[in-house]
Design a protein around this ligand. Structure first.
Ligand code: PMP
Length: 296
């Protein structure tokens, strides 16, 4: 059963600046730079059967995200890996979602934040299917977001930066208010980009097509699914995809650490089938993360 308590009122420990502290004591002050100016970056990773999938890739991305926002996290990738494993061991969970977060502290107020201390916290909790089990069977119903992914010259789009999620939350709220599961976002040029927290893949004539990640996150799940598809001899085309083409795709699925591989049934007026290739890649992905399939 999922824990329905608020996220600040749970049992267990959170790794906070170098030590495991009681969950309810992992707090920050309201005059924290990150809270005012979105000077924070984060990761989302999952443990399966007691092992964090592609942990080092996530830790590397966290460090890189911080650098793209102009700060160095005061821990090495190896130290972050060790801290994540300590959180996993302490949690008592075999499967779950883990959230490392790095942010600028409260030493400075105003847009400048060079003198702030950089903090790091890591929490883990039980988190089942992000979109629910039914979505996996029937496929998600997406709307087209009124918000677009920004151009790389307007925001650090390669970073998993909290600030970039402002439009994702707005997009998802807009979708849910109108009865949809989520939204498909276009980019500033009007090309198909991604979901609000997951990458997009399309199937046509047995091949995969996925937008080039030149203004949004090149997801770790995305790259994993590309590998899995190529292992099966399935052609994968990374390229610019314009909305006009959506009509011609037979299947559509989203990929992400939280979303895993989730079929999409519709996006705006475009409909898709929950097809064999999508379900095969979903199975391959779950087999891989649960170590029923080898890594190469
Ligand atoms: N795009 C966005 C906006 C996301 O939040 C995520 C989830 N981190 C992804 C794509 C997929 O990334 P990953 O597969 O590395 O989780």
């Amino acid at each position: 059963m999922a824990d329905l308590r608020p996220y600040d009122d749970r049992d267990g420990k959170i790794w906070f600046d170098g030590a495991l502290v009681p969950w309810r004591e992992a707090n920050v002050h309201v005059l924290t730079h990150a809270l005012h100016y979105a000077s924070s970056v984060f990761e989302g990773q999952r443990a399966y059967s007691g092992e964090i999938f592609k942990l080092t890739e996530h830790s590397e991305r966290l460090v890189k995200s911080g650098k793209l926002l102009g700060f160095d996290i005061p821990y090495s990738v190896a130290e972050i890996d060790r801290a994540c494993n300590a959180v996993l061991a302490d949690s008592g969970l075999e499967d779950g979602y883990m959230r490392p977060l790095a942010w600028r502290g409260s030493e400075q107020m105003g847009v400048s934040g060079q003198r702030t201390k950089i903090h790091l916290a890591i929490a883990m909790w039980d988190w089942g299917a992000y979109f629910g089990e039914e979505a996996v069977r029937k496929g998600l119903r997406l709307t087209i977001s009124p918000w677009r992914r920004p151009a790389p010259y307007t925001a650090p789009t390669e970073s998993k930066a909290s600030g970039l999620y402002m439009i994702c939350t707005l997009a998802r709220h807009d979708a849910q208010a109108r009865g949809f599961d989520d939204a498909l976002m276009f980019d500033w040029r009007g090309r198909v980009a991604e979901g609000t927290g997951a990458n997009a893949f399309f199937v046509r004539d047995g091949a995969l097509h996925t937008p080039t990640p030149d203004c949004f996150l090149d997801g770790i799940t995305r790259r994993t699914v590309i590998d899995l598809a190529r292992r099966r001899g399935i052609a994968v085309h990374e390229r610019a995809i314009w909305p006009e083409e959506l009509e011609s795709f037979e299947q559509f699925f989203l990929t992400g650490t939280a979303a895993e591989v989730t079929p999409v049934a519709s996006a705006g007026s475009w409909n898709f089938e929950v097809g064999d290739l999508t379900l095969q890649l979903r199975k391959d992905y779950l087999d891989l993360v649960n170590r029923r399939l080898s890594n190469s």
